[in-house]
Design a protein around this ligand. Structure first.
Ligand code: SF4
Ligand code: SF4
Length: 323
């Protein structure tokens, strides 16, 4: 391989040492916790929700109305209504979509790996299932090696099934309650929940949503991220369209070092991808960096830096054409 296409020459940034890898992981964890909190708290804090009773959006405490009742009452003209539709509905939706796609085009599915509350559930359930069964999902063919990237031994105990099932049900219930508060006044929902006074419809919604979400979190969480989520799919398509986009690069000139490794990068991938392969085989990569962190830990034990790191521009070519 020529030095220009191998990502190690000339380097855009230093490859990761183990400490930098751990800092990266901590930073991502903070992003995930903050966004998960926002997902749950946005309705009760009136940051963002749709109020079915008022039939309008609430945004940062203000009613975000389009003016249909006012138009029907003859208080505003058709022109004013159209203008409201354009700047209050179409522009914000279009703007958000374009921003998401532009970020994905340049840097991949950062939203998925660093913010998405569903991916936080994927990773949390993976970690617990791994401790309970040795496999990060029920569909994994063989157990993963007990030796972790940092050389420690992963705990393995059937007792973790209790924590796994509790986490699946807990996340499912929390999501169900959150969904309901995006549609109905959060104060009423939380009050009814705390006082055991939910209406029959509210109870039916919570039970049905918790069951459906629990099944998805237990059996199909990866499937959903790969094929079921439109937000993820369109980010992947935008990312694949840009041959120079940021991608996890692999320094193949040092590939011999992998022989003494238990495929720690593959084992660490929450999406169950193989980070050393071509980009088209990593269609659903979420840029979570877990593979990079794992390799930085493996290599730190040998006094070296990671073979994997993010690259872009011409340094991303080896992930497109294999050269
Ligand atoms: S390939 Fe690496 S960055 Fe992509 S999802 Fe897997 S672990 Fe995360
Ligand atoms: S790239 Fe790093 S973590 Fe992956 S197999 Fe090679 S040495 Fe191990």
């Amino acid at each position: 391989m020529s030095g220009e296409t191998a990502f190690s020459a000339p380097l855009q940034t230093d490859t990761l040492g183990a400490n930098a890898g751990l800092r990266l992981r901590r930073r991502r964890l903070l992003f995930k916790i903050a966004f998960f909190a926002l997902f749950v708290l946005a309705p009760p804090l009136d940051i963002f929700r749709f109020d079915l009773e008022k039939n309008n959006l609430i945004l940062f405490g203000m009613d975000w109305t389009l003016g249909f009742p006012e138009y029907r009452a003859g208080l505003i003209s058709l022109g004013q209504l159209t203008w409201n539709l354009v700047w209050k509905a179409m522009l914000p939706v279009l703007g958000t979509g374009i921003l998401l796609l532009w970020v994905a085009w340049r840097w991949g599915r950062l939203y998925c790996g660093w913010l998405c509350p569903h991916f936080s559930v994927v990773e949390a359930v993976n970690a617990l299932m791994l401790r309970a069964s040795g496999r990060p999902s029920l569909w994994e063919k063989a157990p993963l090696p007990r030796e972790r990237a940092d050389g420690s031994r992963r705990p393995l105990s059937r007792w973790y099934w209790i924590a796994t099932i509790a986490a699946i049900l807990g996340f499912a219930f929390l999501w169900a309650v959150s969904f309901l508060t995006y549609l109905l006044p959060p104060r009423e929902i939380y009050h009814n929940l705390l006082h055991g006074a939910l209406t029959p419809n509210q109870t039916r919604f919570l039970v049905a949503a918790t069951v459906v979400l629990a099944i998805e979190f237990a059996f199909a969480r990866h499937l959903f991220c790969r094929f079921g989520c439109a937000v993820g799919l369109f980010q992947s398509l935008a990312w694949m369209a840009n041959r120079k986009a940021m991608v996890v690069g692999f320094d193949r000139r040092r590939a011999g070092e992998c022989k003494a490794c238990n495929n720690a990068c593959d084992n660490a991938c929450p999406q169950r991808l193989k980070p050393r392969t071509l980009k088209r085989k990593m269609f659903t990569c979420t840029q979570c960096s877990e593979c990079i962190v794992a390799c930085s830990q493996v290599e730190a034990r040998r006094g070296k830096h990671s073979l994997l790191k993010w690259v872009d521009g011409k340094y991303a070519q080896h992930k497109i054409n294999g050269k």
